[in-house]
Design a protein around this ligand. Structure first.
Ligand SMILES: CSC[C@@H](O)[C@@H](O)C(=O)COP(=O)(O)O
Length: 326
């Protein structure tokens, strides 16, 4: 998937707001453009925004911006996904050693980008090892190639399972209101020829009660030291349902999504977004003009509802000692 490309000093991003109906690209020429692209969700998904911000950092330094200014410009775009801070911290530390040598900075960004793809393949294989027969997997939001450097985390596991001939079907939550599932995950499933059904967000209980779901696998935006996990709004409800029906519930995420500086999910800032995303469908209001909305982008799933964390270092549970070793 060529959704994040860097050519001749410009960052070219596939405009994910337009998918699946048109594949249009946006060209970012400055760090400011990159920050806007993250804020406006032209690119989204925790690892993908980290990679994008790292390109923006290198571009900002080339423009002659102050290092702290470019760091905070990019960091203040979206609050919940910790991969953004992880990538910017790595770039800032690298800058301290390499100085403003743009080509060296760019090399480091490409490293981050390629490493992420490699990590996702490992996550995919580690996750696929959990299953020995054909399974139906339910997923929420888009934790796919589009949300990462490529291949995906939760969808990485699904891709690896599919290669092994072990996917019966993927149940794709539409993921209101931004419809990352209906628009983006379904788009990836079609491209890969993976059998799937798009379902409304309120269908999972019925399917679980009928034995139609063997496991739930989703991505994450930030995982606290105790395993509490922030992911797309609606993830928590799925975890509660899965627990009720005794269905394994997995988080698939790279080590860069773990935030060992916070003890629990209470410390995670949850993004709140504008009214229009909830109130409008295709530009038309579906609610009374006077109704306000509550629109949280993410929720926190408590660690006790999570069967395991599928990472590039293996499938783990808290305490995450193994992940904290270099
Ligand atoms: C591998 S992506 C993991 C998460 O970032 C994903 O599940 C998610 O919640 C994305 O939210 P988004 O608001 O689309 O950026």
């Amino acid at each position: 998937m060529n959704h994040i490309q860097f050519e001749n000093g410009k960052l070219i991003l596939l405009d994910q707001r337009k998918l699946p109906f048109s594949e249009e690209f946006i060209v970012c020429e400055t760090a400011e453009d990159v920050a806007r692209a993250i804020k406006d969700m032209i690119v989204r998904g925790a690892p993908a925004i980290g990679i994008t911000a790292a390109y923006g950092f290198a571009m900002g330094i080339k423009e002659g911006l102050d290092v702290d200014d470019v760091y905070s410009l990019l960091l203040n775009t979206r609050p919940t996904a910790v991969n953004l801070k992880w990538a910017l911290d790595r770039m800032k530390n690298f800058y301290k050693k390499a100085g403003n040598d743009y080509f060296k900075l760019l090399e480091e960004v490409r490293k981050i980008h390629l490493e992420d793809i490699e990590i996702n393949r490992k996550i995919g294989e580690n996750g696929a090892d959990l299953f020995k027969s054909k399974v139906s997997i339910l997923t929420h939001c888009n934790a796919g190639a589009l949300a990462t450097g490529d291949y995906g985390t939760a969808l990485g596991v699904i891709r690896s399972l599919h290669k092994r001939g072990l996917i019966k079907k993927v149940l794709v939550d539409e993921t209101r209101p931004y419809l990352q599932g209906a628009r983006l995950t379904a788009y990836e499933m079609v491209k890969e020829g993976i059998p799937h059904f798009v379902i409304t967000d309120n269908t999972s209980g019925l399917l679980m009660s009928r034995g139609e779901v063997d496991a739930v696998i989703v991505g994450a935006d930030r995982i606290a030291k105790n395993g509490d996990t922030a992911n797309k709004i609606g993830t928590f409800m799925l975890a509660v349902l899965a627990n009720y029906f005794n269905i394994p519930f997995y988080i698939a995420a790279p080590v860069s999504t773990f935030d060992f500086s916070i003890e629990s999910g209470n410390e995670i800032v949850i993004e709140e977004r504008g009214r229009d995303e909830v109130a409008l469908i295709n530009g038309k209001s579906i609610i009374p003009e006077k109704s306000p909305v509550l629109h949280f982008g993410f929720d926190i799933t408590p660690n006790e509802l999570i069967t395991g964390f599928i990472t590039e270092k293996g499938v783990v549970k808290p305490p995450f000692d193994l992940l904290q070793k270099a």
